[in-house]
Design a binder for this molecule. Structure first.
Ligand code: GUN
Length: 294
C-alpha cells in the first residue's frame, strides 16, 4: 500500500511556485497577489482561509484577507466583488464558501470576473473545464488529479466511483476523471444521496473518490482488493484535545488501507493539495495578465 502524501506533494508544488515567484520579482515585477473574502465567523472556514493566506506568504505572494460580518447583504458583497474585479493589483481572488443563507451563492460566484476566478467556480470556467479547454480548475479536484499524476496512478480504463455530487468536488472530479486525458480516461460513476446501492458500485470500483463529509462512511467490506482510495472528507469531530476537535475523513482508514494499492490520509492528503493548487491557479492568473512578460 502506498500513501498518496498530499503534505509532501503540496510542499513540492509550493517550492516550485516559490522558485517562479523569485524569478518574477528578480526580473523587476511585483509578486502575484491573491485575495480572499470571508463572510461571517464560521470556525472551519476561518481556519481554511487563514491557511490559504499563510501559504501565500510561504511562496512569496502578496495576500489580502477581507473579513466581512455575518450581516453583510448580498448587495454589499456584490460591491466588494466588483471592487476586486476592478482592482488591478489583485490577480485572483476567492469568496470562501459556504456563504450565509441570506446570500445567494450562485449570484455571487457569477459576478466574479472569470479571469480572476482562481477557484474555478464561475460557469464559464466550469464549462471550459468540462470541454478540456485551458481554464482555472477548482483547487480540490485539480489537487486530486495532481496527486494521481505525480504518483503515476493508472486511471485509463479503470472504473472510478465518485461519492458525492457537490459543485466544488464531486461534480468536477467526476468530469475530470472521464476526460480524454491522463489522469482521466476513466469510466466514471457518480453516486450520491439518492443512489440505491452504493456498496454494489464501490465493490466494482478500481478507484474511489469520496467527498461526502460523512466520517468513516467507507468500510473495508465495501471494497475490492487493490483499490485506490482518495478521501476528500474533512469533518470536525469533537474530542478531548486542546483544540476540542479532530479532523476525520470519509474513510475508515485503519481497516480500508489494508486493502488498498494507494490511499490518501486525512489529514495530510487532499487538504494540503487544495491550497497548493489554488496558489498554482493564482500564478496562472498572474501570468495570463502579464502574458507579454511570460
Ligand atoms: N469551501 C470549501 N472549499 C472551498 C474552496 O475550495 N473554495 C472556496 N472558495 N470555498 C470553499
Amino acid at each position: 500500500m502506498i500513501i498518496l502524501d498530499g503534505k509532501k506533494t503540496s510542499n513540492d508544488i509550493k517550492s516550485e511556485i516559490a522558485e517562479e515567484v523569485k524569478k518574477i520579482t528578480e526580473s523587476g515585477n511585483r509578486p502575484p497577489h491573491l485575495a480572499a473574502v470571508i463572510v461571517g465567523n464560521d470556525g472551519a472556514s476561518l481556519t481554511y482561509v487563514g491557511s490559504k493566506v499563510k501559504a501565500c506568504e510561504k511562496v512569496g505572494y502578496e495576500s489580502t484577507l477581507i473579513k466581512l460580518p455575518d450581516e453583510t447583504t448580498e448587495d454589499e458583497l456584490l460591491n466588494q466583488v466588483e471592487e476586486l474585479n476592478k482592482n488591478d493589483s489583485i490577480d485572483g481572488y476567492i469568496v470562501q464558501l459556504p456563504l450565509p443563507s441570506h446570500i445567494d451563492t450562485q449570484t455571487i460566484l457569477m459576478a466574479v470576473d472569470p479571469d480572476k476566478d482562481v477557484d474555478g467556480f464561475h460557469p464559464t470556467n466550469f464549462g471550459k473545464m468540462s470541454l478540456n479547454l485551458p481554464t482555472f480548475i477548482s483547487a480540490t479536484p485539480s489537487g486530486i488529479i495532481e496527486l494521481l499524476k505525480r504518483y503515476k496512478v493508472q486511471t485509463e480504463g479503470k472504473n472510478t466511483v465518485v461519492l458525492g455530487r457537490s459543485d466544488i468536488v464531486g461534480k468536477p472530479i467526476s468530469i475530470l476523471m472521464g476526460l480524454k486525458t491522463n489522469p482521466g480516461n476513466s469510466t466514471v460513476t457518480l453516486a450520491h444521496s439518492r443512489t440505491s446501492n452504493i456498496k454494489n458500485l464501490t465493490l466494482e470500483a478500481d478507484i474511489i473518490i469520496s467527498a461526502l463529509g460523512i466520517p468513516n462512511f467507507l468500510k473495508e467490506d465495501m471494497l475490492k482488493k487493490g483499490v485506490v482510495v482518495v478521501d476528500v472528507g474533512i469533518t470536525r469531530v469533537p474530542d478531548n484535545s486542546e483544540k476540542g476537535y479532530k479532523i476525520v475523513g470519509d474513510v475508515d482508514y485503519e481497516n480500508v488501507s489494508k486493502k488498498c494499492s494507494y490511499i490518501t490520509p486525512v489529514p495530510g492528503g487532499v487538504g494540503p493539495m487544495t491550497i497548493a493548487m489554488l496558489l498554482k491557479n493564482n500564478l496562472k492568473a498572474f501570468k495570463n495578465k502579464h502574458s507579454s512578460c511570460f
